[in-house]
Design a protein around this ligand. Structure first.
Ligand SMILES: [Zn+2]
Length: 411
């Protein structure tokens, strides 16, 4: 492996200008989460790149969101044995729903799943103000770090394997989704289905920090809504007849504050509130959106229980609590083995790459929660995500592509 990893890095460094050109094309194709037309156009650009590389490409059409792209790639040398067992593989696939995840994982032909997203948080027109540009080894542009660099890295990882005639044993499935930045509501089922059939999941979200750390744990993330119904009344003439919904909500928010456990990584924060109608009127309605974070499933469940147990404080007030966690935590134990292998490969390539836990969720949270080993943060190294200063370090692109390609060989 050490020789192959080093050869991959050498090969990819030679290809650095080509990776940068792919990245520039991807950044110039704007793809905000909410613009289906733009997303579909970008999906086709990415799909065409994979078709040129002989991969099996399917556009997964969506009516309510941008189309996803599913790519299945098998190395040429591995294709021969795959062909002989294809009949068997098909029947196995038909029964997948009934097979437990660990059985699927034990299969030597279970694919490696690579996750990435096509969408960005930037509206059409951002590019005109913040164009793709290179300055001092950094490339800038909307969505360049999160995560068009990841999409470019994957293509060139495969190119390098092909050029060096290195054939991973397993097929690799790449699932490029269109709604990660807005909660993956539309793609979650597809992500989980592919993960269940796979041996491991590698997520091309950006790396953490200046050294490109891999993301070995992510908090679970959620949002709850607290909605209070009171009773309106004239604030001057008949205050005693009113039930003040704003006051009830304020008391509830003060109570929520006690659910925070900073040392354990549990946080609860009311981040949007609304309520009341006009001066002089005791308000009968108030609402809060509450951000929820938890580091593991146990803390997540405990927090959800506490939220559901909330009861009104003021006599006559009604309280409705809705929502909860929409991304379960990616616990460190789900990435431990993959991280150890990636860190060893990085050392063999002379790179120092660490691991770290982060507060934000990704699609890797879904796959880890259903029991599939998951390693996140395999994408570009840079910073400024979701801002005008978003950038990637150009030097990191060949390194990350080599790491990804070597992981395909490793698994
Ligand atoms: Zn992302």
């Amino acid at each position: 492996m050490a020789d192959a990893a080093r050869a991959l890095l050498r090969e990819l460094r030679k290809r650095a200008p080509r990776i940068a050109r792919t990245l520039a094309r991807f950044v110039r194709a704007e793809s905000p989460s909410t613009n289906k037309r733009a997303l579909d156009r970008f999906a086709r650009i990415v799909a065409a790149e994979w078709k040129r590389r002989g991969a099996n490409v399917r556009i997964v059409r969506q009516s309510a969101a941008g189309d996803h792209v599913r790519v299945e790639w098998r190395a040429a040398a591995a294709r021969d044995d795959a062909a002989t067992s294809r009949g068997e593989a098909t029947s196995v696939r038909g029964a997948t729903a009934a097979i437990r995840v660990d059985v699927a994982r034990a299969r030597s032909d279970a694919p490696i799943l690579v996750l990435g997203h096509l969408d960005t948080v930037y509206d059409i027109g951002t590019l005109a103000k913040n164009p793709f540009r290179v300055r001092g080894g950094r490339a800038f542009g909307p969505g360049i770090f999160d995560m068009k660099s990841g999409l470019a890295i994957a293509l060139h990882a495969v190119d390098a394997l092909r050029a060096l005639k290195l054939a991973p044993r397993r097929p690799v499935v790449f699932l490029w989704t269109s709604d990660e930045e807005i909660g993956s509501r539309n793609s979650r089922a597809a992500v989980e289905r592919e993960a269940r059939a796979s041996c491991a999941v590698l997520v091309l979200e950006p790396a953490a920090g200046a050294h490109g750390d891999l993301k070995t744990a992510r908090k679970g993330v959620g949002e709850a809504t607290l909605e209070v119904t009171g009773r309106s009344s004239h604030a001057g003439l008949a205050p005693e007849r009113g039930v003040n919904a704003v006051l009830e909500l304020a008391l509830q928010i003060a109570r929520l504050r006690r659910f925070n456990r900073p040392k354990r990584g549990v946080s609860v924060n009311a981040d949007v509130i609304e309520g009341g109608t006009r001066p002089n009127v005791i308000p009968d309605h108030a609402k809060a959106l509450v951000d929820l974070r938890a580091p593991n499933v146990r803390e997540m469940r405990a927090l959800e229980r506490k939220l559901r147990a909330l009861r009104p404080i003021l006599p006559g007030a009604k309280l409705a609590v809705r929502g909860g966690f929409n991304r379960p935590p990616l616990e460190a134990r789900m990435s431990k083995d993959l991280y150890a292998r990636a860190a060893r490969i990085a050392r063999q390539m002379g790179l120092r790459i660490g691991g770290c836990a982060v507060g934000r969720g990704s699609d890797g949270n879904f796959t880890a929660a259903i029991g599939v080993p998951t390693l996140d943060g395999m994408g570009g190294v840079g910073g400024g995500a979701h801002s005008r200063e978003e950038f990637v370090l150009l030097r990191s692109l060949p390194e990350r592509a080599a790491l990804l390609a070597a992981m395909f060989l490793e698994l």
